[in-house]
Design a protein around this ligand. Structure first.
Ligand SMILES: NC(=O)c1ccc[n+]([C@@H]2O[C@H](COP(=O)([O-])OP(=O)(O)OC[C@H]3O[C@@H](n4cnc5c(N)ncnc54)[C@H](O)[C@@H]3O)[C@@H](O)[C@H]2O)c1
Length: 284
């Protein structure tokens, strides 16, 4: 097994979830130390019980953290640095899903009157602000050391734009836009920002049984690990401002070719090409 991430310290949010667990395991397997954050304490305990022995002493740190609170994000980043000896990789993966509104949201789509304003606020706080809070708390150290990787997990454009799929879609579209902006802001300073998505429904608790989707046809959560690990590697550091569709990663290829096959620019750059702007073109 490649130990390419030996000496690196990673934070993964939503670490107790279907995709988070795979990312934690993959990062540990590649030699990194991992701070696994989640609001679900029981899930974190189960993760630790499963991986601690495999990880070896001191390589896995779990912490109950609500990423919808800046104070908690800041405290978690500080503790991760202290316990694991630094920070290099930040994977913003934690999110709330539509099951919070209604379990059968896929077969009977949700209407605006079913969404309490507090629920809307919570989705924005966790699914959009959570990644900003974590980035805000971590970025000074990453830029200061001139080396860092940020990976944000958004969702398919179809889901972002879908009718009656609120409040999940719009904050994810915001996270996509934020990722594009942060990639530009940190460019040339050693910190990359990219997006990784499954590409379609992934077989995790976020897609409940009530969805009626054949689970065997979903993207396996393990598919997310190869592009995330590659982006965290030295080779992946050459790329920023891109999105990777994990379900299209072809494991039969060498990683650079597999990445090429599932890469596109973040967000909607085509829509930015024809603005009405004094002088013709806004500054980059
Ligand atoms: N499953 C899919 O079909 C799918 C598709 C596209 C994108 N995604 C994205 O993938 C990521 C992982 O989702 P998943 O499919 O593993 O779902 P999941 O529900 O299994 O995992 C999400 C994790 O986030 C945690 N979480 C929720 N609120 C939190 C908070 N306030 N603070 C900290 N942690 C919190 C949950 O406890 C859970 O462990 C999410 O960003 C999700 O939006 C999932």
């Amino acid at each position: 097994m490649s130990m390419e991430l030996e000496g690196r310290v990673a934070i993964v949010t939503g670490a107790a979830g279907g995709i988070g667990r795979e990312l934690v395991q993959g990062l540990l397997g590649a030699g990194a130390k991992v701070a696994a954050l989640d609001i679900d304490e029981t899930g974190l305990a189960a993760l630790a019980a499963r991986l601690e022995e495999e990880a070896g002493a001191g390589r896995l740190f779990t912490r109950r953290t609500d990423i919808g609170s800046y104070g908690e994000c800041e405290a978690a980043v500080g503790e991760a640095r202290e316990k694991l000896g630094g920070l290099h990789l930040l994977v913003n993966n934690g999110a709330v899903g539509m099951g919070v509104i209604r379990m059968d949201h896929m077969t009977d789509l949700v209407e605006i009157h079913e969404i309490a304003p507090d629920a809307w606020d919570r989705f924005v706080a966790v699914n959009l602000s959570g990644a900003w809070y974590m980035t805000r708390a971590a970025i000074e150290g990453l830029l200061g050391q001139g080396w860092g990787r940020i990976v944000n997990v958004t969702t398919s454009f179809f889901t972002m734009l879908r009718g009656r799929f609120h409040p999940y879609g719009p904050p994810k579209a915001g996270l996509e836009a934020m990722s594009a902006g942060h990639a530009k802001e940190f460019e040339g300073r050693g910190v990359t920002v990219n997006v990784v998505v499954p590409g379609g429904p992934a077989d995790t608790p976020m897609v409940p049984a009530e969805s009626g989707i054949d689970r065997a046809s979903m993207v396996p959560p393990s598919a997310m690990a190869p592009p995330v690990l590659w982006l965290c590697s030295e080779a992946g550091g050459a790329w920023t401002g891109h999105r990777y569709v994990a379900g299209r990663w072809d494991a039969s290829l060498v990683p650079a070719a597999a990445a090429e096959g599932c890469r596109a620019p973040i967000g909607w750059p085509d829509l930015a090409r024809n603005p009405v702007w004094p002088g013709g073109k806004p500054p980059e």
